[in-house]
Write a protein that binds this ligand. Sequence first.
Ligand code: CND
Ligand code: ZN
Ligand code: ZN
Length: 378
Amino acid sequence: MSTAGKVIRCRAAVLWEPRKPLSIEEVEVAPPKALEVRIKIVSSGICSSDDHVVSGSLKVPFPVILGHEAAGIVESIGDGVTTVKPGDKVIPLPNPQCGKCRVCKHPEGNLCLKNDWCSPGGPTGVLQDGTSRFTCRGQAIHHFLGTSTFTEFTVVDEDSVARIDAAAPLEKVCLIGCGFATGYGSAIQVAKVTPGSTCAVFGLGGVGLSVVVGCRAAGAARIIGVDINKDKFAKAKELGATECLNPRDFEKPIQEVLVEMTGGGVDFSFEVIGRLDTMEAALASCHMGYGVSLVVGVPPGAQKLTFDPILLFNGRTWKGAVYGGWKSKDSIPKLVSDFMAKKFPLDPLITHVLPFGQINKGFDLLRAGKSIRTVLTF
Ligand code: CND
Ligand code: ZN
Ligand code: ZN
């Protein structure tokens, strides 16, 4: 029997307040309003950005349903939706592409002004019409990054969903919804890594390893992975890192080690952790005169950086970008096609697959540094 137009009762992981476990609850998911899409989630990765909310370092309105790296199937659509239809395989987009705002119209920009992240005063946790589609125990539950994928069903704005190849394996391509797209795009199209170049990647989690994959695809000659967890090194080398360093093995700061071992500094560096000290270390690791450093890790809330501006004056470039610079609705389907054409792997990034009900175990594995990506299956 069709569920279109009806409220769906299903299981979702609700985070009632920070620093608590997620709670599997029965929630009500309202039908999509005009220009909205209801999606049956099939798989969802756990990204560090979800954990930043749990730990309290990323501030969003509570209670909330987290999750933003997923794949699913359209269950029903609201009035006026033209780009997807029921039955389509889709990826929800934590960075939307409205196609109409100033950033979407700019050839280089991708941080759509409809992204809830850009709301003046911080994230609102609601869809574009200003309301939520989730309730639990009589209370409205907030959305996260316009996606909320730790639930059997979610509702998103049409700007926040892309139809993908009907043959795509959803339990893998969910990683293209955030971590892979972010890391890979940061290397190939934000930094624009050049053939023969030397790169340093700080942080070898799911996003950092995707930067490594991007650096290799761009033809970098030397890719130096930096992480305090040496257990990440084998996978980094499998994916293209030529060397790996643990800053704790050295007396001097890691930026000095990198400058020495590269004869003056790297061409491109990436901070993929989300810490102020490593952001500055990554910048200082670049060669003066032309080095480019990219901030990919989400900055910790309410903290400021002091750094020596001579680093910039001397010709280094410091950039940042969300979502790998991709204009999401246009690019995500192409990335899925590239995966289907075997242009890059995703399997090495998936270290664990767990049923949705074990979501807290998935977060524990991430925090303990034991997983790259856990994919939850529904
Ligand atoms: P994950 O936690 O898997 O990886 C982080 C890695 O950093 C781990 O391997 C740690 O061992 C390592 N690390 C921690 N501290 C240090 C240190 N002091 N020096 C060296 N290495 C260290 O995280 P992830 O890969 O899922 O995400 C990485 C960051 O990217 C995180 O901040 C996340 O929020 C962010 C991100 C950004 C975007 C975007 O659009 N820009 C999208 N998704 C995630
Ligand atoms: Zn836009
Ligand atoms: Zn993410």
